[in-house]
Write a protein that binds this ligand. Structure first.
Ligand SMILES: [Zn+2]
Ligand SMILES: [Zn+2]
Length: 274
C-alpha cells in the first residue's frame, strides 16, 4: 500500500498570507517541506483522494497527483470541503458540456451534512454536471484495498475515520475532530495511525500556551496519543493537520520527533509505503 500526504496543514496554511511570524517568513524563503497546504491524503493504489481543502488543486499539482478515480470527504467542515470544486476539472468537460462521473464515497450522514453546509453542492455535481456519482456507504473494496468508514460521532457532529487495509497491512486516517476518540475494534493492531490535532510541547505561536487557548480540549497531548497507541497496539503514529498557529516549522518537528519512539510529523508530499 502506498499513501501520500497531499497536504499536512490545518485550518490556516503555512505560510499564512497575512502573517509575518518567523514560521511563515521561513516558509516563504525555504518553501518545500516548510510549506503546508490544507489536510488531505491520496491512496496511490486505487487513485483515491480523501478531503478537498480550498487549495487542493494546487496541492495535487505540487505533489504530482494527476489522476483521481475515487473521492471521499471526511466531514462537513470548510477546511475539508471548500475545494470540492476540484470535481469540475476532474469530471466535467465544459466544451462538450458532458460529465464523466467519478465515484464519491462517504458515510450517508456525512453526505447530508456536506449538502446542508454547501447549498446541496454534491447534488449539483451529481445531477446537473454529472461529474460525481454519490456512493453512501460505510465500507468499500476496490481491488485489494478495503476501506471501512467509521463515524467518530461526537458533540461536534459526524466525522469519518478511514480504516484502510491491504491484506495484513492496516492504516487509520483520522485527520480532524479526533477527540474524544470513540472506541472501535477495527483500530486494533494497525500499522500506522495518521492522526490530526496532536499538540507537541503545549506552546503555540507567539509563545502563547495551549492551556489558555479556546481549542485546548480539541487537541490530544502526546501522552494521550501514546495511550491510544498502546491500547490499540498501533505500531506507528504520524501527526498531520498541523496548523500555522501551533507556531512550529518543519525543522522544529524534526527535532521533536527525535524525542519519541515511533511518532513522526507529516509534511506535504510525505510518502507512506507499507
Ligand atoms: Zn505565521
Ligand atoms: Zn480540519
Amino acid at each position: 500500500m502506498k499513501l501520500r500526504i497531499v497536504g499536512s496543514g490545518g485550518m490556516f496554511q503555512i505560510p499564512n498570507p497575512f502573517c509575518r511570524c518567523p514560521i511563515c517568513e521561513e516558509a516563504r524563503l525555504k518553501r518545500g517541506r516548510y510549506e503546508r497546504l490544507g489536510p488531505s491524503i491520496y491512496i496511490e493504489d486505487i487513485q483515491m483522494l480523501i478531503d478537498t481543502p480550498e487549495d487542493i488543486g494546487v496541492a495535487c499539482d505540487r505533489q504530482g497527483v494527476s489522476e483521481i478515480k475515487y473521492l471521499s470527504i471526511s466531514h462537513k467542515d470548510p477546511d475539508h470541503t471548500r475545494g470540492m470544486r476540484i470535481v469540475e476539472p476532474l469530471g466535467y468537460d465544459c466544451i462538450a458540456n458532458k460529465g464523466t462521473p467519478i465515484q464519491f464515497i462517504a458515510l450517508p450522514e456525512v453526505v447530508n451534512d456536506i449538502n446542508a453546509w454547501n447549498g446541496d453542492g454534491l447534488y449539483y455535481y451529481q445531477d446537473i454536471l454529472h461529474c460525481i456519482s454519490i456512493n453512501r456507504t460505510d465500507y468499500i473494496k476496490i481491488g485489494n484495498i478495503q476501506i471501512h468508514l467509521v463515524n467518530n460521532k461526537t458533540q461536534r457532529g459526524n466525522m469519518t475515520f478511514y480504516v484502510i487495509s491491504d491484506k495484513d497491512k492496516k492504516v487509520i486516517y483520522a485527520c480532524c475532530d479526533v477527540k474524544p476518540f470513540v472506541h472501535n475494534k477495527l483500530y486494533f493492531d494497525a500499522d500506522i495511525l495518521i492522526v490530526g490535532l496532536v499538540s507537541d510541547d503545549g506552546v503555540l505561536k507567539g509563545g502563547n500556551l495551549l492551556i489558555d487557548a479556546p481549542f485546548k480540549d480539541d487537541l490530544f497531548t502526546i501522552d494521550e496519543i501514546m495511550t491510544i497507541k498502546h491500547k490499540y497496539r498501533i505500531k506507528q503514529i504520524i501527526v498531520t493537520h498541523i496548523d500555522e498557529y501551533w507556531g512550529k516549522s518543519y525543522a522544529d518537528y524534526q527535532k521533536i520527533e527525535k524525542k519519541f519512539d515511533n511518532i513522526s510529523f507529516a509534511y506535504d508530499g510525505m510518502e507512506i509505503i507499507l
